[in-house]
Design a protein. Sequence first.
Lengths: 425, 215
Amino acid sequence: MNLAKVSWKNVWAKPWSTFLSVILIAFGVGLLSLLFIFKKQFTEQFDRNQAGVDMVAGAKGSPLQLILNSMFHVDAPTGNIKVEDAAFLFNPKNPYIEDAVPLSIGDSYKTFRIVGTDNSILEFYDAKIDQGRITENVMEVIVGAEVQAETQLKIGSTFFSSHGFNEGDLEHDHGAPFKVVGILAPHNSVMDKLIITDYRSIWEVHESHDHSSDTVSVNQNSVNDDLDSSVVAAVPPIITDFPDKDITSILVRFKADKKRAIPVINMPRNINENTAIMATSPTYQLNKLLANLGAALKAVSYLAILIGLISALSVFISLYNNLKERKHELAMMRVAGASPTQLSALILMEALYIGLIGALLGVLLAHGGLWIISGLLNAQFHYALDAWRLNIVEIALIVGTCLLSLLAGTIPAIRAYRTNIIDSI
Amino acid sequence: MLATTKLTYKYANSKPIFYPDIKVEKGNALLILGQSGVGKSTLLHMLGGLMPPTAGKVVVNDISMNDLSPKELDKFRGSNIGIVFQKSIFMQALTVKENLQLCRKLAGLTPNDHRIAEVLARLGIPHKSNSKPNELSQGEQQRLSIARAVISEPSILLADEPSSALDDKHCLAVTDLLREQMESENCALIIVTHDQRISDRFENQLILTPKNKQI
C-alpha cells in the first residue's frame, strides 16, 4: 500500500467529482487532438495527391471545384470544354509546358470514378501497373488498387458504367462494356480510387445521349499564337483528331526550369482573360482553402483551450474541496509517520492521475471521432483517414495536460504540506 | 521506554505549564488524570512527538525526540509511537486492511499481512479486514483505532481519552483491551484522561492539577 496506490484509491473514492474533471479534460484534449490530427491528415492527403500538378484548366466556374474534382476526385465535375479551346495546352512547342493530361470525368462504377484520359496520367502520378498492361484500345480500363480490392474486378472483367457518381445512377448499359486490362499497384494516392480509361471510351459511352456542351468556342488568340502548323505531326492526336469533342479538364505540369518564369506565373490569369476556358493553380487554391479552414479550426481550438482551462479549474476545486474533508485523514497520516512532503506528493499524484486519465480518454475520443469521420468520408469519397495513428503532438498534449493538472494541484498540495496535526486531530 | 525531564510548555500570552518528570518502562502502564484545562492534551502531544516542548526533553528508547530533524521525527514517531485518539479517523478510500498496510508503510516497516491479520484477530474484528472504515460500528472503529496504533510495533502506546465517550461497560472493556495490547506487544502504555471510572484499574497514576500552571 504505497502512496501511489493510496492516491489512486482517493481519486476513485469521489467518483462523481473525478468523473466531472476527467470528462472536462477529455473533451478539451479530445477536441484539440481531433483538430490537430484532422488538419494534419487533411494536409497530407492534399500533398500526396498534388502529383506535381502546376495548373488545372477547365470550364469557367469555381476554381476550387475544378481543383477538387480534377485532382482529388471529390465534388461534382465542372462543365465541359471543347478540346480545341484547350489545344494550346497540348502543343508540344509550348515553351513552358512540360506535360498536359486531358481528363473526362462524370461516370462511375460502383461509386468509383471513371476517368477518361491517356496513359500519360500514370507517368504524371508515377503510378505502376501491378497486373496486366496499360490501355491500348477504347473501352479498356486500368483500375486502382482500392477499386480492385472493393469491386473484385479482375483482368478480363467487364462492366457497364453509371452516369454520375452515386450507386443507382443511370447505367450506360448499351454498347460495349468496359474491360479491365490492368490493375495498378497501391499508390497511396487518389490513383488507388480511380478507374482509368482512354478519353475516347467516355465519348463512345456518351455518343448516344451526349450532353449539350455549355462551353463556347472562341478563337484562341495570344496564348495560342505559337501553335505552329509545321509541328502538327508531333501534336497529340486529341487535338488533331478530336478538336470538337468535350473533355472536363486538363492537368498541366510546367517545365522545371520555367516554373518561376513570369509568363508561367501569369498563365492562369492570361488564360482566364483571353480564352474560353479557366485555369488555376492548385497550390494557390489549396492554400486558400487551408487558410479558410485554418480560421475555422482556430476558432474551435480556442474553444478547446477554454474547456481545457475550465477543466484545470475543476481539478483544482475538486482537490481543494476534498482537502477540507480529508484534513483529518492527512493529519492521521502525519501521526503514522508521513512527512509533509509525502502529503503534498499524495495530492499532486491525484491531480496527475486525473489529468492523465482525462488526457488519455480525450485522445481515445479524438481517434474514435476520427474513425467515424473516416468512415463517412470513405463511404462518400473513398477517402480514408488513418484513424489510429498516434502523433507526437498528442504525446505533447498528454504531457501538457498532466503538467496543467499538476499546476492545478499545486495550491491544494501546499495546503496539504501545511497540515497542522494538532488542530486537525 | 519513555522518560521526560523538566517538560515545560508555554502557550503565547499564558503562563508556562510545568510537568512532573515521567518514566514508564516497557510492559508498564501509566494513567495521567486531570481535569480539563490542566494541559493533558498538550502533554500527550509532546509525548507523541506531535509538538515540541518549550523546554525539557522527551526521551524514547534512549533517543531524545528534541534532537531529531523534522523528517527523522516523522519516521521516529511512525515506528516508535502508536496513538489512539478520541475520534476515529481513517482513510475512507481504503479498506481496514489497506489502512493498516499504509501505516506500516509510512512507519518504514516491511509489509506484513500476517501481522495485520493477527492484530485484527486479537481485537476481535478479523472479519472486517476488507470492509471500508465507515462500514464499521462505533465500537469496531475504536478497535480499529487501537489496531492502527499498535500495527507498527511501537514501544509506546498513547491513548487520548479512550473511554470518556463510552458507557461504564464499554469504558472498562476498552481499558482492558489497551492493557491486553500493552502486554502482547510488550510496550509502555500511557492513557491520558479525565475519566475517573478507570482510575482504580491502574496502579501507576499521575494526577495533573492546575497548580502545575502556577509558580
